[in-house]
Design a binder for this molecule. Structure first.
Ligand SMILES: C[S@@+](CC[C@H](N)C(=O)[O-])C[C@H]1O[C@@H](n2cnc3c(N)ncnc32)[C@H](O)[C@@H]1O
Length: 263
């Protein structure tokens, strides 16, 4: 089950653009360092999206390992299947699947990773029970999600900005998941070993940055939600672009990373 955000072909193209910006590439590298995939491991990426993280994992676990990705979006799966395998990388297998009903046997994986996905899943309890089930005892899970209250975005109209960001919350099942995730992981018998904050920080405007891409997604998504009009969304976007052009741009948002181990 997913939320109001539909990962159709257009959104898949937009996510591919967004996830190849230097910001998100650096976040993915940091995520890989913390997951620390080992040669020969079997790893599952839940909500694998365009497949970039799975490809990074496949390079690290090598030919003796295996990487699987599941996602509810057919265009995302199609993109991931089109990725070129690096020499010596593990075989990657992508298929349609939901985080709340993983189609794998018990204890199939050494590690599970899920970045920017659980915030879209209404039934986190079931999703975490599934993670626990498919992990080997002692296996690890890495989960990364945004808390949108951590957003700092310079605007000329704070009232309009507040309404736009309130409407943007509707693209997620839980826009503040990280603050409750430790308790939820522990309830699913997944012991949290490490937490990190990965900051997406754009202190000046750059068209190839996370915030330049996400502002377009937001402007497309919010009209008609929580009283936000097309005019509000256009004016909000134009204001950010004008601040960028005038050298007054500032954006920062936090993503929170949890590394837990199956008890
Ligand atoms: C923002 S993208 C993140 C993609 C990828 N994890 C990454 O970090 O590059 C969110 C992805 O989660 C997928 N998704 C949303 N709800 C899901 C669910 N219940 N089960 C599996 N995938 C889901 C979407 O289709 C989309 O590909």
């Amino acid at each position: 089950m997913s939320t109001a955000m539909s990962f159709d072909e257009d959104m898949t193209r937009r996510v591919v653009d967004l996830y190849t910006t230097p910001d998100v590439v650096a976040q993915r590298e940091a995520t890989l360092e913390i997951l620390d995939p080992q040669v020969g491991e079997r790893v599952l990426d839940v909500g694998s999206g365009p497949g970039f993280l799975a490809a990074g994992i496949a390079s690290r676990v090598g030919e003796s390992g295996a990487v699987f990705g599941v996602d509810v979006s057919e265009p995302m799966i199609a993109h991931a299947r089109g990725l070129e395998a690096a020499p010596g990388a593990a075989t990657m297998t992508f298929g349609l699947g939901d985080a709340t009903a993983l189609g794998f046997h018990d204890q199939s994986f050494d590690a599970v990773v899920s970045t920017q996905v659980f915030e879209y899943v209404p039934d986190i309890g079931t999703a975490l029970t599934e993670v626990h089930r498919v992990l080997v005892p002692g296996g690890r899970v890495l989960i990364l999600d945004t808390d949108w209250d951590s957003l700092v975005w310079h605007t000329s109209d704070r009232e309009r900005h507040g309404r736009v960001m309130s409407a943007w919350q509707e693209h997620l099942a839980d826009a503040w998941l990280p603050r409750t995730l430790t308790r939820r992981l522990e309830s699913a018998a997944l012991a949290v070993e490490r937490q990190d904050v990965l900051v997406l920080h754009n202190p000046s405007f750059d068209p190839r940055s996370f915030s330049a891409g996400v502002m377009q997604l937001i402007a497309n998504f919010v009209p008609g939600r929580r009283g936000v009009t097309e005019e509000d969304a256009s004016a909000w976007l134009a204001d950010l672009q004008a601040l960028g052009a005038g050298g007054e741009y500032f954006f920062s948002v936090n993503r929170y990373l949890f590394l837990a181990r199956r008890i």
